[in-house]
Design a protein around this ligand. Structure first.
Ligand code: V47
Ligand code: SF4
Length: 378
């Protein structure tokens, strides 16, 4: 009984803090992650979501390109990577990249999302040419490309600093950075799931540099594997700290671990309730992020729909050609049509709004599209 009273008073304190617009501490976050009643947590997160974004749920029309699956690293959570000489290894040629851009254009996409492996033999110029080919083929489409891990690899290949690498990419047509590669910042967890990958301080430094050059970026967190609540909350606090400094992050995307075909396939992966808890926790801890994305490809359409009432205001996009999650056992379709996205959002009681990568409203007139001003979260 006493424990219930303590829990209730802790939740009341946290609720009062959130309602007053105050900032939650690391300890508050761990409490919410480990003990809070899920429905109370969801209601509180939804309150913040409505203050920031009303009942709008954003989506975008995008196409993915994973130009190679060959990767020098061996992250234990990754089912997508391939050894150089394995049967599943592939590398996109320039005509294939051009064809993907034209397919995106025909599909009405405003964004091409590009991430892939770190190929043993490809030089930096090959990665620059991927961006250049896409941009020259379809200059109107925003290119969101390369995670912090890839930018770190390019810096290693060229022996040049991050700002030089990013400037080359911007000159070739890069528009922003996706949020991947962050995984979990804690070093002990990283040692178990991605020991060779660039560490937290480098990932953060790359995003800091990108923001200083005027690029916007996203942030992610991979959860539901070997990490615990304090690791997740520490990760969110570190992102919040950088956002205080730069304001350059647009959206946060909690990524649910999919175990099939990975080096951690013995783990069960997160439950649906944990997925909702992570969305709500992120909405409450990341008070300086405008958007929280429920990435439907990874959550499944059903959980993503519920997540719109637990703090999320974005469900990503049409996502044609997704491989990373499907290689790891995702059962979702590889893409959804705009009308499917609309019904999914409306059924959740939200208003669907198409955005471009920079959260500007997309206005369509038949096959043509233009963008309005950025929609500012309050
Ligand atoms: O960094 C890889 C994750 C990320 C698995 O910025 C896995 O808009 C779960 O970052 N189970 C790449 N996750 C994808 C990514 C992303 C996705 C959607 C939108 C945006 C955005 C970014 O995928 C990797 C890693 O954290 N990942 N394997 C797996 N088995
Ligand atoms: Fe390579 Fe990325 Fe997979 Fe790690 S997550 S093995 S860096 S493709």
């Amino acid at each position: 009984m006493l424990a219930t009273v303590d829990c209730d008073s802790r939740m009341s304190d946290i609720t009062a803090k959130v309602v007053a617009g105050g900032r939650l501490t690391f300890d508050d976050g761990v409490y919410l992650d480990e003990h809070a009643d899920l429905m109370m947590l969801g209601r509180l997160a939804n309150l913040v979501r409505e203050q920031k974004n009303g009942r709008v749920a954003y989506y975008n029309t995008n196409v993915h390109l994973n130009p190679t699956n060959v990767c020098v690293y061996r992250c234990t959570f990754c089912a997508f990577r391939s050894d150089l000489k394995a049967d599943k290894a592939y590398v996109f040629s320039e005509p294939m990249i051009r064809e993907r851009a034209l397919e995106a254009q025909a599909h009405g996409a405003t964004e091409i999302h590009v991430v892939g492996g770190l190929h043993h033999l490809k030089k930096f110029d090959w990665y620059v040419d991927v961006v250049r080919t896409l941009h020259e083929t379809c200059p109107e489409i925003h290119i969101k490309a390369w995670t912090g891990v890839e930018i770190h690899w390019f810096s290693h290949l060229t022996k040049k600093p991050y700002d030089w690498v990013l400037r080359q990419m911007i000159d070739a047509g890069l528009g922003s950075l996706p949020g991947g590669g962050a995984e979990i910042f804690d070093e002990g967890v990283r040692a178990q799931i991605c020991e060779h990958k660039s560490d937290a301080s480098r990932w953060l430094d790359i995003h800091r540099t990108a923001h200083s050059l005027g690029l916007r970026s996203n942030a992610t967190m991979l959860y539901g594997h070997v990490e615990q609540a304090p690791h997740r909350v520490d990760h969110l606090c570190q992102l919040r700290g950088l956002q205080d400094e730069t304001g350059g992050f647009q959206t946060f995307i909690p990524l649910a671990f999919h175990p099939a075909n990975t080096g951690m396939s013995h783990l069960p992966g997160p439950t649906g309730l944990m997925d909702l808890r992570m969305i709500a926790l992120a909405r409450l801890m990341l008070d300086n992020f405008d958007h929280i994305k429920a990435y439907w490809i990874m959550l499944g359409e059903k959980t993503a729909q519920v997540a719109l009432g637990f703090g999320a205001d974005d469900i990503d996009g049409t996502v044609v050609h997704e491989l990373i999650y499907h290689d790891a056992g995702a059962k979702t379709p590889e893409g959804l049509t705009v009308s499917q996205l609309h019904s999914l959002i409306r059924e959740a009681g939200c208003e669907p709004v198409e955005r471009d990568t920079l959260y500007r409203r997309v206005l369509r007139d038949g096959a043509k599209w233009t963008v309005g001003d950025p929609m500012l979260a309050s």
